[in-house]
Design a protein around this ligand. Structure first.
Ligand code: AVJ
Length: 328
């Protein structure tokens, strides 16, 4: 039922809230129960993810930072290509900390480009629009708040220039492999020949290292997951008692799927929006997130499968992470 939430919200945010509500209800009415990890990122979730990126166990950010700081010139030179003006579009920009390395070097090289960060968090986009022109004087920036493909379409309608798309941090890992391929195909359809993608993908490695990254000892990942239940309480008038759910991360070295679940600690009823009642059995799980890990071969296969030509791969010293350039 989508009539909820229309009473005390502005028209602008009503549509977004309704799809959040509908997705939550559909996911929790399903068997098995699931929630979409794209909803992790409200203001609180953004903050927790920042904390996660700074914790000891969560290695992907540091690996990608190492790649961007050690290989800056090679990467930006490849992206600049012939030197024509381009749009640099980032899918899921977050705090843009990693991209800032590239942006700074592109500005130093006097490359002619506009930076178009896209993020589902309006919190993130307003922050970037305000702060980046200060940290990076001379930067042309136009933040777009919304879903990736909606905003890609919008970006294409604003300008006909060559496009370079950044999809960093192994955000692609939030999809199972078949869905990731489908996503890349869709991305290819939104691009023209000669456009480029710089994509960060987390690689298979010691399973203990992977699992620890999603099971940090300070419990940030746990709070990151529980925050979605709290967000449902805050925004959809839910009454989750988060102390009655535990965080259960898994990593399967064979498939490379790292998944997280919330486990109900007892039989319980949760009400959302004042009328939808969801029942949980003791030990029942909610599937929260996948963070897929890839083989190097798989990364090329995904590119080719989606209609891209893999151009270059950049690795960190441990070969834990890859940033690849694909050409459309
Ligand atoms: C931002 C989607 C890349 O899956 O590694 C971190 C999110 N989840 N710890 C990831 C996340 C749990 C992260 N991504």
């Amino acid at each position: 039922d989508s009539t909820f939430a229309q009473t005390n919200l502005t028209a602008a945010s009503t549509t977004k809230t309704n799809s959040f509500y509908n997705d939550v209800i559909t996911g929790l009415r399903a068997t098995p129960k699931r929630l979409n990890s794209k909803y992790f990122y409200d203001a609180n979730g953004d903050k927790l993810f920042q904390e996660l990126m700074n914790c000891e166990e969560y290695y992907p950010t540091n690996c990608e930072l190492e790649i961007f700081s050690e290989k800056t010139d090679e990467i930006t030179s490849a992206l600049i290509a012939d030197g024509d003006a381009f749009d640099l579009i980032e899918l899921g920009a977050g705090d843009a900390m990693k991209s800032t390395y590239l942006l700074k070097d592109l500005l130093d090289k006097k490359a002619e480009f506009t930076y178009l960060p896209i993020d589902i968090s309006d919190n993130v986009i307003s922050y970037l629009n305000i702060t980046l022109p200060v940290t990076l004087p001379g930067l042309n920036i136009k933040g777009l708040n919304g879903e990736y493909f909606d905003m890609l379409k919008k970006a294409a309608s604003i300008s006909p220039r060559r496009k370079v798309v950044l999809f960093l941090g192994s955000n692609i890992g939030n999809m199972p492999v078949p869905e990731a391929i489908e996503f890349c195909r869709e991305l290819r359809k939104h691009l023209s020949e000669g456009d480029m993608v710089l994509i960060g993908m987390d690689l298979k490695k010691d399973p203990k290292v992977v699992l620890a990254a999603y099971n940090d000892k300070d419990g940030i990942t746990k709070r990151f997951n529980l925050n979605l239940l709290e967000r449902i309480n805050r925004e959809l008038e839910g009454n989750f008692d988060v102390s009655k759910f535990d965080h259960y991360p898994t990593y399967d070295p064979e498939s490379g799927a790292c998944k997280s679940y919330l486990i109900s600690l007892e039989d319980q009823l949760v009400t959302i929006g004042g009328k939808e009642t969801i029942s949980f059995q003791k030990d029942e799980y909610i599937y929260m997130e996948i963070s897929q890990k890839f083989t190097i071969m798989q990364t090329d296969q995904i590119a080719i499968n989606a209609g891209f030509v893999p151009l270059t791969q950049f690795f960190d010293g441990k070969k834990w992470f890859v940033d690849a350039i694909w050409v459309a």
